[in-house]
Design a protein around this ligand. Structure first.
Ligand code: IPD
Length: 271
């Protein structure tokens, strides 16, 4: 099956509807004494019962509508599917914010067809904001079309970034950040990669970069940023991925990529 044989607009409508419902669930059912249910790669890489419930809701709702589709979810949803459509799901992006009650977390759902993300929805349920994007058609915040304006030069740019959970990666990221900070207006660390990418799309920051993102961190927000006119890329001609994600409008993206290449920001301390 190819992207043209699937109605991406239908996939987007489903992604948006389910992301909103999951968002309502994580806000309404967040226990006052929310606990860490388990840890994953490190003691600080956490999962709560609400991450699991949100992912289950997403899988249930989408499977009911489209039983042949596959899933790739942060909390373990993994099904190959037979339709050519795979849903890439972060049931709560910004889990540490969620644990602490910081209102910067999101439900992120993307639909990919034969490996290409064609539709994505990112919902911040606390602020009631929904970003959507359809490949080749555009990106929207609460239905309003997004178009990034010409970004400033690097030394005047507000740059968001994030850090992984592994201490070796964090030490390397701190070294890189130490070199970036004196060359830009300022940096922000909001704590949810999907929202960082959406922030580029709606001009709340000029740029974003991070090493170590997983597909569910990148899929929906990456499409939102791209469709808003940003370039979302890796370093050294590679596509954006776990090595590095850089998102900004041209020509700022070229300046930032150049700096990050100089700093070897894509070298993997875990390799
Ligand atoms: C994390 C957040 C964070 C980013 C990490 C991600 P999670 O996702 O997006 O901002 O810096 O790289 O792993 O664990 O909260 O879903």
């Amino acid at each position: 099956m190819t992207a043209t044989e699937v109605d991406a607009a239908d996939l987007l409508a489903l992604a948006e509807q389910v992301a909103r419902e999951a968002g309502r669930l994580v806000v309404a059912d967040r226990p006052r004494d929310l606990q860490v249910a388990a840890t994953k790669t490190t003691a600080t890489d956490i999962v709560t019962e609400m991450d699991r419930r949100s992912e289950q809701l997403v899988v249930d709702r989408i499977s009911a509508a489209r039983p042949d589709d596959g899933f790739l979810g942060e909390e373990g949803a993994a099904r190959a599917g037979t339709s050519g459509v795979t849903w890439v799901v972060d049931p709560i992006d910004g889990t540490v914010n969620y644990l602490y009650g910081i209102p910067a977390y999101a439900v992120s759902i993307a639909a990919s067809v034969d490996g290409q993300v064609v539709a994505g929805a990112v919902v911040n349920p606390v602020h009631g904001e929904t970003w959507t994007a359809l490949r080749g058609e555009g990106a929207w915040l609460d239905g309003q079309r997004l178009r990034i304006s010409a970004p400033p030069p690097l030394h005047l740019a507000l740059v968001a970034t994030g850090f992984g959970y592994d201490a070796r990666r964090r030490a390397r990221q701190a070294d890189v950040l130490g070199q970036v900070l004196p060359r830009v207006r300022d940096v922000r660390r909001f704590g949810a990669a999907s929202l960082d990418l959406c922030a580029v799309a709606c001009g709340r920051v000029d740029a974003y970069y991070e090493q170590g993102l997983k597909p569910w961190d990148l899929a929906a927000g990456g499409l939102v940023a791209t469709e808003a006119g940003a370039t979302v890329t890796g370093l050294r001609g590679r596509v954006a991925g776990e090595d590095l994600v850089v998102a900004a409008g041209p020509p700022l993206v070229t300046e930032l990529v150049g700096l990050l290449e100089e700093l070897d920001a894509d070298s993997d301390p875990l390799a």
